[in-house]
Design a protein around this ligand. Structure first.
Ligand SMILES: NC(=O)c1ccc[n+]([C@@H]2O[C@H](COP(=O)([O-])OP(=O)(O)OC[C@H]3O[C@@H](n4cnc5c(N)ncnc54)[C@H](OP(=O)(O)O)[C@@H]3O)[C@@H](O)[C@H]2O)c1
Length: 319
């Protein structure tokens, strides 16, 4: 019996090593040298993870970077770190809590009042595994943070984006949206487990992106959705107590080994924001710095329009 343990372990290690090498070799990087001097960008949820590295990249390219974060201390630490690493002093922190429509409106109002232009809006922030918690606006927390507030914020900043054209909106979705099989409007308000709420919020983002692209045709503003890959970040910060502690611990170990770093995970977001000549793909979905086929529910005729009307009502959008 013990005779077999060594070869089995050796084979397992070789397989794990090969998978890791494969992941490293197939991770694509945004290589466009686009300079962002004179451009203004906003990245939501940029104090950590994918958002932090996206903002860092934009600062390296010379942009005026607005970190849209909910926590002053964490946001300020990220701002200082980005300035230290890039020598770009034009990095600013503005507070927005995406679990509150009032906060989103106040943030957008301030941006519209104080900024002359907006060249790139990256809707990156998200909440996961927050159970059936509701916001003070009465919606599922994850749905409001991940989708409804993204819808509201984008609409409130559209005039500024149009004024600054050519400009771009980059919406972070997830692979879960692509593999989830069903979507209907009533699921925006129903709790059927953490994964389902998260997945539906990400389907809604893809549908919204396609519908917005249609509405923005000819405006000079383009919009893209993306999956960043499986990335080692704080997104699973609420995992404790979600599954058994053994499963959680095992998952975290696997994640640490196999998942991309946050810098690698930021590449498709950066690609959608700065790559030249992708305007013709407005409304499309991206993975690994390339356009991918439509998620099949996103092609259901009229679904994007119905979602838009429902979202307008939820966020009370009057313009
Ligand atoms: N990591 C992955 O494997 C993966 C896979 C697919 C898609 N994604 C997507 O990638 C994006 C970035 O996620 P990440 O992995 O970088 O996760 P992360 O490290 O957890 O970052 C999420 C960011 O969103 C912010 N946020 C959460 N709730 C907020 C609220 N109410 N108001 C404002 N900001 C809020 C967080 O702020 P705090 O730090 O204050 O909580 C944090 O800055 C998300 O859209 C996520 O769904 C990630």
């Amino acid at each position: 019996m013990y005779f077999y343990i060594f070869p089995i372990c050796a084979v397992a290690l070789i397989v794990i090593g090969c998978v890791k090498i494969y992941i490293k070799l197939t991770t694509k990087w945004a290589r466009s040298p686009t300079c962002l001097l004179g451009k203004t960008v906003i990245v939501t949820g940029s104090n950590t993870g994918i958002g932090f590295y996206t903002a860092l990249d934009f600062a390296k390219r010379g942009a005026r970077v607005i970190l849209a974060c909910r926590d002053y201390k964490k946001g300020e630490a990220a701002r200082e770190e980005i300035i230290k690493r890039t020598d770009n002093p034009n990095v600013f922190l503005k507070i927005v809590d995406l679990s509150s429509f009032e906060s989103v409106r106040a943030f957008a109002q301030e941006i519209n009042k104080t900024e002359d232009r907006l060249d790139v809006l990256v809707n990156n922030a998200a909440a996961a595994l927050v159970n059936d918690k509701k916001t003070k606006d009465g919606h599922l927390l994850a749905m409001q943070v991940n989708y409804f507030s993204l819808f509201l914020l984008t609409n409130l900043l559209l005039d500024l984006l149009k004024k600054s054209q050519p400009s771009r909106i980059v919406n972070t979705s997830s692979l879960l949206a692509r593999i989830w099989t069903s979507f209907s409007l009533d699921k925006l308000h129903k709790y059927n487990g953490n994964i389902e709420v998260y997945a539906h919020s990400k389907v809604a983002i893809i549908l919204f992106t396609k519908e917005l692209a249609k509405r923005l045709e000819g405006s000079g503003v383009t919009v893209y959705s993306l999956h960043p890959g499986a990335v080692k970040t704080d997104i699973f910060r609420n995992a404790e107590g979600w599954a058994g502690s053994f499963i959680t611990a095992l998952f975290k170990r696997l994640m640490n080994f196999f998942f991309k770093t946050s810098e690698e995970g930021a590449q498709t977001t950066i690609y959608c924001a700065v790559e030249k000549n992708i305007e013709k793909f407005s409304g499309h979905h991206f993975e690994e710095c390339r356009r991918v086929n439509d998620y099949k529910r996103a092609t259901v005729p009229g679904l994007g329009e119905k979602l838009w009307r429902e979202s307008e009502e939820v966020v009370n959008l009057t313009h």
